[in-house]
Design a protein around this ligand. Structure first.
Ligand code: ATP
Length: 325
């Protein structure tokens, strides 16, 4: 009887619970033993476990966060830390390892697999969508919806007061949330790490597009080269005398909340598929989504390649924001 260890790791993302539930239920369906380790790699090193039963995953499909907890563990990056984790995994007789997280989590899993000779399956769970080999990561759709709901509300007040708003969203290294939330919320401008920010150009665009309009929204990815929303606003202010500028940082609300239908579906399918793959003796792969299909790719490739959003969408946004006057 195979024992499967699972963790959620890195930043929490809505839908992780749906994924844990699917892994546990599918494993139990096949007579396997799913063992959860709490708080990411910390749990492997501290031997903090739960031997899952069906009832443990009742009523969690709709909950944000992760019931298994998560952590960013520096100790696991050391050989000694991993040796402790391997000792604990062996003491439970674990045969395979599933991790739900981002590329850091996969890097840790890849090293663990090499040092312990254990099959690992990676499931992409991060709100940032910054993982190569999948159209969507678990949590991204929910985060996107949270952002557009917030931007809709900010737009109500921006329009009432004739304001230009700079809204900062998550995305340290990738602009997926910023670019796609800008499109979906009807924001006029977006600043993302993948494109150099030109403050003078931004100021002149804002002046141009604001003719005859009551407000403008600028979505700023937190990792933009020009700075966060506040910094960008302060840099642009000297060029925009007479305009009222405000900024808002959405922060951690983007991580929370009940997962969307899309994320629940994706998480459930990926979790169940991960167990199927273990039973087929697959190893060192990540599950991704392409259109309606689930696909797999080498974990190493998912770690090595950094995806960027479709930059042609920036050009489309520019067409939407100005008219011939
Ligand atoms: P997110 O995209 O939400 O930030 P992530 O999985 O990329 O998720 P990280 O904090 O980068 O988040 O990584 C999660 C954990 O994976 C780290 O805290 C660490 O324990 C482990 N990890 C990351 N890089 C390595 C590495 N080079 N060697 C061993 N373990 C690592």
């Amino acid at each position: 009887m195979k024992k499967i260890a699972l963790i959620t790791s890195g930043g929490d993302a809505p839908g992780m619970n749906a994924c844990v539930r699917a892994i546990v239920k599918t494993a139990l369906h096949y007579g396997l033993t799913p063992i959860g380790f709490y708080d990411g790699y910390d749990g492997l090193m501290n031997n903090n476990t739960i031997y899952f039963k069906y009832a443990d995953v009742d009523n969690i499909i709709h909950r944000g966060g992760t019931v298994l907890g998560t952590a960013r563990s520096e100790e696991f990056k050391t050989k000694e830390g991993r040796q402790q984790a391997i000792k604990n995994l062996k003491s439970h007789g674990v045969d395979a390892f599933i991790c739900i997280g981002g590329d850091g989590t996969f890097t840790g899993a890849n090293i663990l697999s090499a040092e312990m000779d254990i099959p690992v399956i990676g499931i992409p769970g991060t709100i940032d969508n910054d993982i190569y080999g999948t159209d969507h990561t678990i949590g991204y759709d929910t985060a996107l919806n949270t952002v557009i709901e917030a931007v809709d509300k900010i737009r109500d007040t921006a329009g009432s007061h004739h304001r230009i708003f700079f809204v900062e969203v998550m995305g340290r290294a990738a602009g997926f949330i910023a670019l796609n939330s800008a499109i979906a919320s009807g924001a006029e401008n977006v600043l993302i790490p993948e494109e150099l920010t030109d403050i003078e150009k931004l100021a002149s665009d804002l002046k141009e597009q604001n003719k005859g309009k009551r407000s403008s929204m600028v979505i700023v990815a937190e990792g933009d080269d020009g700075g966060g929303a506040k910094e960008i606003m302060e840099k642009v202010a000297p060029y925009l005398e007479g305009y009222t500028l405000r900024h808002s940082v959405l922060g951690h609300i983007q991580r929370g909340g009940n997962p969307s239908a899309f994320d629940r579906m994706l998480a459930t399918r990926m979790g169940s598929y991960a167990v199927d793959l273990i039973l087929k003796d697959e190893s060192n792969i990540m599950i991704g989504s392409k259109g309606d299909d689930l696909v797999t790719l080498p974990l190493e490739k998912a770690i090595r390649i950094h995806p960027s959003p479709d930059l042609s969408k920036l050009e489309m946004l520019k067409k939407l924001r100005t008219q011939e006057l």
